[in-house]
Design a protein around this ligand. Structure first.
Ligand code: GLN
Length: 205
């Protein structure tokens, strides 16, 4: 995949340990960003934002460990890097994971003051798509098509700084906290890129 284009707008990384990397890169490029595929801590330098894709958080945590990738992302996040976590990426951003056994002993990025529970919408067979109204992404009358695949449930919000921008089935499914954005679903799997555009705007603000 291509990618860095110095003439373009903000530079957004896509963490490429595992998961839906190419789809996020395409969505970000369509949203006016230059994209860098990130596999090593040094590749975080100079980014305006970073997407942590969906996939499998336990696999990503194991792949990240030898190069201390999540420690590095956390340091950049603390220094102001905007981060957008989707599905597994939300799990990795959450301060607290209710069923953390499979992640025990592994670093996460953390920083988002929520409690999540992995796979709490059911198995792969329970995957679903829903028409989701999302606040702040433009065209309020046009819901976003949201694809949920073994998605985490946000069980609890632990800070008044966390703004819920979308809810489904009685749970928050998209939240923002300062320069962090997270979604339970997969916004990269449709061609409606308003949430990516929102993130590109957040990363440049
Ligand atoms: N269930 C997966 C996990 O725990 C997330 C699924 C996804 O990203 N589609 O990481």
């Amino acid at each position: 995949m291509t990618v860095e284009d110095v003439s373009a707008g903000p530079l957004i990384g896509v963490l490429a340990l595992q998961g839906a990397v190419a789809e996020h890169a395409a969505a970000l490029q369509a949203s006016g960003a230059a994209v860098r595929i990130v596999r090593r801590p040094a590749e975080l330098d100079g980014l305006d934002g970073l997407v942590v894709p969906g996939g499998e958080s336990t696999a990503m945590a194991r792949i990240a460990a030898p190069v201390k990738m999540f420690e590095a992302v956390r340091e950049h996040r603390e220094a102001g890097l905007a981060v957008f976590g989707t599905c597994a990426g939300l799990i990795l951003l959450a301060e607290s994971v209710a069923d953390a056994q499979a992640l025990e002993g592994f670093e996460r990025i953390r920083g988002l003051d929520v409690v999540v529970r992995r796979n709490a919408y059911g198995s792969q067979l329970n995957s679903f798509t829903t028409e989701l109204p999302v606040q702040g992404i433009g065209e309020p009358d046009r819901p976003l098509e949201a694809v949920f695949i073994r998605a985490p449930v946000i069980e609890e919000i632990r800070s008044a700084d966390v703004e819920v921008i979308a809810e489904a089935q009685g749970h928050p499914v998209a939240v923002r906290q300062g320069r962090l954005l997270a979604a339970s679903f997969h916004p990269e799997l449709t061609s409606d890129y308003r949430l990516h555009q929102y993130f590109v705007g957040l990363a440049t603000s």
